[in-house]
Unconditional design. Structure first.
Length: 301
């Protein structure tokens, strides 16, 4: 990486640390939304830097779909233990059992949208006033509308037309009883920035991001991991392919790409040559043109 680009990464890091410290100053009970994906890992790493030598002063919150990659859960547990942090877990299965949500059926069933109710219930139960996420503006057009401090109303819903201005990085975190905020410290980062930062800082990430052999099924123009939760179609065949994942989520909807990138250096080179977005392999985003924005309006991450 050039000296100029290293300086640019330093500027992005400083901006993110500033946002994290503003969250701590302005809110009473913030949490980091932690999925075990690269972006939430980077946010957690930045929080370590922001409050060093003290430990991160707020817990991690994971919304557990019950359909997770085993590697992600192990990584989550190991990191939480290493950092000595409290881990809050919202269970989608519990929401189903309590009748709060109804599970989808069929070949393309997913628990992704069910996370909305679980997240909002967990926020209310724990009196969380700010949930810090790893969303970036380059990921998806709906996320490009987000502020650093993104207001949610008393129903946990997002209105992109009713957000506070953020001139000169002055953030307004005031809210009424029952409302809360989402904060996005790495909003101005790109996927390439995230990978270069991971490489620069030598941040540990789940093995899922590196190319490896795995049983997969071709569906929705990507390789979906074969698991006990996947309902196979009549003509679908389970194959073994060398793949890696650009983004992580519910195992039933997260598609992989064929790849030989088994090191950070190779991943950076591969991402630099790509022309499609990382969420292009997420089947939940292919349900409609406005799938992400519709979920976000209801309270999604």
């Amino acid at each position: 990486m050039s000296k100029y680009y290293l300086n640019y990464l330093d500027e992005l890091e400083s901006e993110a640390i500033y946002v994290l410290r503003e969250v701590w100053v302005q809110f009473q009970n913030p949490v980091i939304l932690f999925s075990g994906g690269k972006d939430s890992i980077v946010v957690t790493h930045l929080a370590r830097k922001a409050f060093y030598p003290s430990k991160i002063p707020f817990p991690l919150l994971h919304v557990d779909t019950g359909h997770n990659f085993p590697e992600t859960i192990k990584f989550r547990n190991d990191l939480t233990k290493e950092l000595g942090l409290e881990l809050l877990v919202g269970s989608v299965q519990k929401s189903i059992d309590q009748g709060r949500v109804t599970e989808e059926k069929g070949k393309h069933a997913t628990r992704n949208a069910l996370q909305i109710t679980t997240l909002l219930d967990t926020i209310e139960e724990n009196k969380i006033d700010c949930a810090i996420g790893g969303g970036r503006r380059d990921e998806e057009k709906a996320r490009a509308k987000e502020r650093f401090f993104s207001h949610r109303d008393e129903f946990g819903q997002w209105d992109p037309k009713n957000q506070r201005p953020e001139l000169w990085n002055i953030f307004n975190g005031k809210y009424f009883e029952g409302e809360h905020f989402r904060a996005f410290p790495i909003s101005n980062w790109t996927e390439m920035d995230v990978w270069n930062y991971i490489k620069k800082e030598q941040i540990e990430i789940p093995s899922l991001y590196y190319a490896h052999e795995r049983k997969v099924v071709w569906r929705s123009n990507s390789w979906i991991p074969h698991s006990e939760f996947l309902v196979l179609g009549e003509k679908e065949e389970v194959l073994i392919k060398k793949i890696r994942f650009r983004t992580l989520g519910d195992i039933t909807i997260t598609g992989g790409i064929e790849s030989d990138a088994d090191t950070l250096e190779k991943i950076v080179d591969e991402v630099a040559a790509m022309r499609n977005t990382e969420r292009g392999n997420r089947s939940d985003d292919k349900r409609s043109e406005t799938a992400m924005e519709d979920r976000k309006r209801q309270g999604y991450f």
